[in-house]
Design a protein around this ligand. Structure first.
Ligand SMILES: [Zn+2]
Length: 493
């Protein structure tokens, strides 16, 4: 338990009704009169713990003077002085009944006569240097810890904890839509930025504490991966083995009480303690963009990337439409790539802004290629037609990895968005893409505010063959997600 202190009174104060009576022993002592209140603050105080007061006093004749904190008598009162000739040091206990708070506490001192009454004959005494020492919550929290196969935890527990909504957009199955995604409010999102800043600074304990102050469902879990000996920090709801079940709501709800145990669906965020590559990967559309969530996990672990962002709900979980630029689909409010005010967006913006070198790859999938996408399996977009060289490098490396694995068999066709007639799935209405391109947060939501410049963000749009596991019976050696990860590996050595 940590402690802090506040000075309540730093100057001698003469209480009573005879100014000048101490001129012989304490000349020029300020005269307070019969009573005075002193307000004081106790930043970060834990009011459930006992605090104590230290102060000096002189010539207190009896025990009937009034000495209160926040309107409650301090036990023992102002101690009587054995002698007028010397200062006395005092220590008094302040208990939970005094209800210390962060600001606006009041010390009330009042001189009384020996019968406890007011008026003539009240006591004359001096007090000085009143200091309160109090306890604060521990700054360094013990993080929840887990050990085991991290890949298995992510793919067999965390991802399956996100309920699937069959169908997509307009054709989402109403039987699967339960509005389980809770809408974050502005003040919560502002606090989440601070959480991500702490995580990026490696301040895991403070991040854990801050996250729990927003929603007690969230924890920063220290996960030791036994197969590799690597450590990861996972901001997640619940802890491994105890992920809270989703709750159904009639429509999009907000939850402001941090203690409310209801699952929020705000996503999971993994930070590698010792990353090997300046890469951040994200999966904003788990389940709906089939297997992209597993692809992101596999790529994150295989590449030794810095961070992994996974949305906490199927994009079609809530029934209301997303507030930002729409499409014919339509986009719904649990879709974190099409909603500016999400925890996922806060995570992305803080991580993206935290350096100028990390590249950010986001995995998407399309099942029904139209819009000039029928001839491409992996379509890389930077949101602007003049694509950065990195996209061509990645494109070439994925194609090369595919050819090498295919040994003459079918390969993945890869393309970069750089011409008006290209595949229309370019992520230009994607909130992460828009922010990365240089748009301010406040402007990304609005209709028509397409990316304004090149960035370190790559929107990876893929047909099902590019997302399949190499072990999937439908996969071929040259057409599977292992090839895509190999291409990324070759691009960011
Ligand atoms: Zn998608």
């Amino acid at each position: 338990m940590a402690t802090n202190f506040s000075v309540m009174l730093f100057q001698r104060q003469h209480f009573g009704n005879e100014p000048g009576i101490f001129d012989d022993i304490e000349p020029n002592v300020p005269f307070a009169g019969s009573t005075k209140d002193f307000t004081f603050d106790c930043p970060d105080v834990n009011p459930r713990e006992t605090a104590f007061l230290m102060f000096q006093s002189r010539d207190v004749d009896h025990q009937r003077n009034v000495f209160q904190i926040n309107g409650v008598d301090v036990f023992g009162g102002l101690p009587a002085s054995p002698s007028r000739e010397a200062w006395n040091g005092n220590i008094l206990l302040i208990e939970p009944r005094h209800q210390l708070r962060a600001t606006g506490n009041v010390l009330h001192v009042e001189s009384r006569n020996s019968s406890g009454g007011r008026g003539d004959g009240i006591d004359d005494f001096i007090i000085d240097n009143v200091v309160i020492l109090y306890k604060t919550p521990d700054f360094f929290w013990t993080l929840p810890a887990a050990a085991g196969d991290f890949a298995a935890f992510l793919t067999k527990e965390l991802l399956p904890s996100i309920p699937n909504v069959r169908g997509s957009g307009r054709d989402a199955n109403p039987a699967d839509q339960h509005n389980q995604y809770v809408l974050p409010i502005a003040s919560q999102l502002a606090s989440w930025r601070a959480v991500f800043q702490s995580l990026l600074a490696g301040a895991w304990g403070p991040a854990h504490r801050l996250a729990r102050m927003i929603s007690s469902t969230y924890n920063v879990v220290q996960f030791f991966d036994t197969p590799t000996g690597r450590t990861y920090y996972v901001l997640m709801e619940g802890v491994p083995g105890q992920i809270p079940a989703p709750a159904n709501h009639f429509s999009g709800v907000t939850i402001t009480d941090p203690a409310d145990p209801t699952r929020r669906g705000w996503g999971s965020y993994v930070f590698a303690a010792q990353p090997q590559r300046a890469l951040s990967l994200s999966a904003p559309h788990p389940h709906d963009d089939l297997e992209t969530e597993v692809e992101a996990v596999e790529a994150f672990l295989a590449l030794g990337a810095r961070t992994l962002l996974i949305a906490g709900a199927d994009r079609d979980q809530n029934t209301a439409e997303a507030p930002c630029e729409q499409s014919s689909r339509p986009y719904l409010e649990a879709d974190v790539s099409h909603t500016a005010e999400s925890v996922f967006q806060m995570a992305f913006e803080e991580i993206y802004s935290s350096d100028t070198s990390t590249w950010h790859l986001q995995f998407h999938g399309n099942a029904n290629p139209t819009l000039a996408c029928q001839d491409v399996d992996v379509f890389l977009s930077n949101g602007v037609e003049v694509a950065p060289a990195m996209l061509y490098a990645l494109s070439a490396n994925i194609a090369t990895a595919s050819r090498a694995a295919a040994s003459g068999g079918p390969v993945l066709r890869v393309d970069v968005y750089d011409a008006p007639g290209d595949c229309a799935l370019r992520g230009t209405d994607n909130m992460q893409m828009r922010f990365a391109s240089g748009l301010r947060h406040a402007t990304i939501c609005a209709q028509g505010n397409i990316p304004v410049g090149p960035s370190r963000f790559i929107h990876v749009e893929q047909r099902p063959d590019a997302r399949r596991a190499p072990t999937d019976p439908a996969a071929t050696p040259g057409r599977n997600r292992g090839v895509v990860v190999a291409g990324i590996l070759a691009t960011f050595p």
